[in-house]
Design a protein around this ligand. Structure first.
Ligand SMILES: Cc1ncc(COP(=O)(O)O)c(C=O)c1O
Length: 453
């Protein structure tokens, strides 16, 4: 019988995260303090994050030990299986070998707890009592609620209002793990009230929800903020995915020609590909594809420049591809990946042409999700469907060219709480929706006056 899953024994779980900062061909542009326009000093971040996380954010050390207490929690669901998608391969009649790292097996159902556990741990030993965060579709909020429950921390989550209303089960998950969840914009913060005054029916956006969470976090000595993507330390924690995958592929006697990940803020993509990029920088040929929706085309339509991470401008200025910090995707978009910016690390790799961005229309991503469910069985998070759509393109190309190739991608989460989006697709309520040029220009106008790269 042919193998399907490659299970790594517990003893083989990686003991260190990999920090790409040590191997980048040229240094990254520094984050800037918006008040001074000067590079940010680590102390500037101290009201927002605990110092042990700030140290990781700026670290240049190549490998960083994963603390024992974090490994212990990882073992609840890690190592995750690396699976061969033989059902999809057969359906596509492709000579390509398709491997996927199944990150949907974590308790909250996505890759997000890889960093949530680490962030909760570092906050706990720093002395934080309460963590504030934002969440879009609810994957990150539920991951942090889960992590905080394991470490006995309080957790409050600002959830983008449109998702809060459409995805009540994610809110309920957060509550089961002891967190409190508010619809954002809320009247609990100045940032939220400002938006509500202008538009009482605002559907919310990640940028606004981040502003609300940061505003609350800085009000107390014992509270801090946590971000589920974008920042360097989040990319670092997610490298456990690629480090495990590397061992598992080696056990199967393979090495990837193509690595694919969907990209919202960039963390699952980075987590999978950074340990391999090290070898690409050293000369190995690997194609790396970061996939985004055409309705939030940060990488394919946005400039690489400085922008705020949030709408109210409370965060530092980050060097990234961005659509402008007030960007809100239109409600017809059901596929997630709605953040206006992109991780500075991923942005840098794209601008250095080590990673290729690709935008895919919504209907193709849902069609890919249906094909996946009917060949591999699992129902994917709509975000993960972006990666699957790109995998199908690559596998079809391999068939047309009659070439064998090894494709690796991260199946970043299950979609069992996203059935309303599938229902909308199956009942033909969705359509393709590329971001209109006019909206793009309006959105990019917000960048005027900010520093450039
Ligand atoms: C299942 C899933 N995959 C991917 C993403 C995109 O985030 P990131 O780019 O940080 O991996 C999200 C975001 O919430 C998600 O829930």
């Amino acid at each position: 019988m042919e193998f399907r899953n490659i299970i790594l024994p517990t003893s083989e779980i990686p003991q260190k995260w990999y920090n790409i900062a040590a191997d980048l061909p040229s240094p990254m542009n520094p984050p800037l303090n918006p008040a001074t326009g000067k590079p940010l000093a680590p102390e500037d971040l101290a009201p927002i994050f605990p110092m042990n996380i700030i140290e990781q954010e700026v670290s240049q050390q190549r490998f960083i030990d994963i603390p024992e207490e974090v490994l212990e929690k990882y073992l609840i669901w890690r190592p995750t299986p690396l699976c061969r998608a033989r059902g999809l391969e057969n359906a596509l009649k492709t000579p390509a070998k398709i491997y996927y790292k199944n990150e949907g097996v974590s308790p909250p159902g996505s890759h997000k707890p890889n960093t949530a556990i680490a962030q909760a741990y570092y906050n706990k030993i720093f002395g934080t009592k309460k963590i504030y965060t934002e969440t879009g579709a609810g994957q990150w909020g539920s991951a942090l609620a889960f992590a905080c429950s394991l470490f006995g921390l309080e957790c409050e989550v600002f959830m983008v209002k449109i998702s809060y209303n459409q995805k009540p089960y994610r809110r309920m998950m957060m509550e089961v793990w002891g967190a409190t969840c508010f619809a954002s914009p809320s009247n609990l913060t100045k940032a939220g009230r400002t938006i509500l005054e202008k538009d009482p029916d605002s559907p919310g956006s990640l940028g606004v929800a981040i502003s609300e969470a940061v505003e609350k976090a800085v009000t107390s000595e014992t509270s801090r903020y946590a971000l589920g993507s974008v920042l360097n330390h989040v990319m670092l924690h997610q490298t456990i995915i690629g480090l495990e995958a590397k061992k598992q592929l080696a056990a199967a006697g393979d090495y990837p020609d193509v690595i694919i990940g969907c990209a919202g803020g960039g963390s699952n993509f980075a987590g999978t590909c950074l340990p391999f990029i090290r070898e690409k920088i050293a000369g190995k040929e690997i194609k790396l594809l970061a996939v985004e929706p055409t309705s939030c085309p940060t990488l394919t339509k946005g400039p690489f420049t400085y922008d705020f991470g949030d709408t109210a401008g409370l965060t530092p200025l980050l060097p990234m591809y961005t659509l402008g910090h007030n960007f809100t995707p239109e409600p017809i978009h059901a596929g997630g990946l709605r953040y206006h910016g992109m991780a500075p690390i991923v942005s840098k790799l794209i601008s250095d042409q080590l990673v290729t961005p690709l935008a895919i229309e919504q209907m193709e991503t849902f069609a890919a999700g249906i094909t996946w469910a009917r060949t591999e069985g699992f129902i994917s998070a709509p975000e993960a469907n972006h990666a699957i759509a790109a995998v199908i393109r690559e596998a079809n190309q391999a068939r047309e060219e009659g070439k064998e190739k090894v494709i690796l991608f991260t199946w970043s989460g299950h979609g069992l709480l996203d059935m309303a989006a599938y229902d909308a697709y199956l009942s033909k309520k969705l359509s393709d929706h590329a971001m209109p040029e006019e909206l793009l220009n309006q959105s990019l106008a917000q960048l005027k006056g900010l520093p450039t790269i």
